[in-house]
Ligand binder design. Structure first.
Ligand code: TXA
Ligand code: MG
Length: 378
């Protein structure tokens, strides 16, 4: 492995070459975190060797950088960038560039009927992508933008149809992660972005997880801290008089009702009608996910099993255990734990259920979907 200075890009790693199984990989390391990056390289290089052995061929060199200017340039060039938000990492493209948005569906292998959320950098951007904003929507914008809330509003005809998968409604969210906001503002345009995982996999809550799923498929990974919340935004249809939650998240039903004066959860069928993403297989680790109300209910725990929950459990039964002190920590750890289990070849993940109130509604939604999708990945 050889390291050399690159041309003035602070904290930028460029992973070069490796476009064919026989080409060499060159590393360019600069910036404040040189030591950490070098440790990371040891991993990447061993991965790279394995990749060469299996003859896997990448189509793109993926730049990993913590420099927002580099990532914003890629967005302006019509390329894809995986970037941090406070919920999960997103996979972004210029929302007004149809061919750039098309690349998102290809990179993720995402069904084309599943619309993308448009991420904005300031409230004034709402009128660039939506037509009208109701009083109810205005109240929610005031209380929760920026934050983990996506509003479904009438789409502006200026927005390419591919973004909303042909729907009249567009999902709009202003993240509160400062790196995300900087990226959107520096790119100078709204960014269409789903979660930065391959379709069906758990959403990535670290840049490493986004890189694992998308390396070779995206131009750039904007590396930053792990996501604070760990599960995706609350999606609320505000096209009618009453806000309807079609995907629960950290902005809870109670918070919506307090802000807008009314609100309700969509039934499962209604959510699937309004929000195509909820119809698709989701959040699934390779292991089988099983649910238990308490450790006393554990039956027939298989070999290579894991446990995540708020209660201590008989640790000798499990190869991997994560006890979380509260619901925030459960949400923060869940997808990361799923991915860790896959890395450790766990075959059965036991997840403790939580009461279906406040953030517990979103956690139970993800647990149920993960357990339903189990065994379905092939
Ligand atoms: O926290 C989040 O929402 C993350 C970060 C990156 O912002 N994004 C995310 O995107 O989770 P995605 O594509 O993985 O999930 C978005 C969900 C899907 O279920 C999708 O169907 C729904 O929101 N959605 C997006 N736009 C919609 C629209 N116009 N109408 C109905 N549902 C929509
Ligand atoms: Mg997703």
């Amino acid at each position: 492995m050889s390291c050399s200075q690159s041309s003035g890009l602070e904290d930028t790693i460029r992973i070069d070459g490796a476009s064919t199984p026989t080409s060499h990989t060159r590393w360019f390391v600069t910036g404040r975190n040189r030591r950490a990056w070098l440790a990371y390289f040891a991993d990447v290089e061993s991965w790279n060797r394995r990749r060469h052995q299996t003859g896997y061929v990448t189509e793109l060199d993926t730049i990993i950088t913590s420099d927002v200017t580099v990532a914003a340039m890629k967005i302006r060039e019509g390329e894809l960038v995986a970037f941090p938000t406070e919920t999960v990492y997103g996979l972004g493209a210029n929302a007004f560039d149809e061919s750039a948005v098309r690349k998102i569906f290809a990179a993720k292998e995402r069904p084309s009927d599943n619309p993308l959320i448009v991420h904005i950098g300031e409230e004034a951007d709402i009128s660039r992508v939506a037509q009208e904003i109701s009083d109810v929507a205005r109240a929610l914008v005031k209380d929760f933008f920026p934050g983990p809330l996506t509003l479904l509003l009438r789409r502006s005809p200026r927005l390419p149809e591919i973004v909303t998968a042909g729907s009249d409604l567009v999902g709009i969210r202003m993240p509160r992660n400062e790196v995300a906001i900087e990226l959107i503002q520096e790119a100078g345009m709204p960014i269409a972005a789903p979660s930065a995982n391959r379709s069906g996999r758990p959403s990535p809550t670290t840049w490493e997880a986004a890189h694992t799923d998308l390396r070779g498929r995206v131009a750039c990974v904007l590396a930053s801290r792990p996501c604070q919340i760990g599960i995706e935004s609350t999606v609320v249809d505000v096209s009618g008089d009453e806000p309807v939650i079609v995907r629960p998240g950290a902005v809870t039903l109670e918070m919506i009702v307090e802000s807008a004066g009314s609100g309700r959860m969509a039934s499962r069928g209604e959510a699937e009608g309004k929000s195509p993403g909820t119809r698709h297989r989701h959040y699934a680790p390779r292991a089988t996910v099983r649910l238990a109300d308490s450790p006393d209910e554990l039956v027939a725990v298989g070999p290579r099993a894991a446990w995540i929950g708020t209660d201590e459990c008989p640790s000798q039964a499990f190869d991997l255990v994560r006890v979380v002190p509260d619901l925030e920590s459960y949400a923060h750890n869940l997808f990361h734990f799923f991915r860790l289990c896959d890395e450790r070849a766990i075959t059965e993940i036991w997840c403790q259920t939580v009461p279906r109130t406040e953030l517990g509604i979103a956690i139970m939604d993800r647990l149920l979907r993960a357990s339903e999708a189990s065994g379905d990945l092939g």
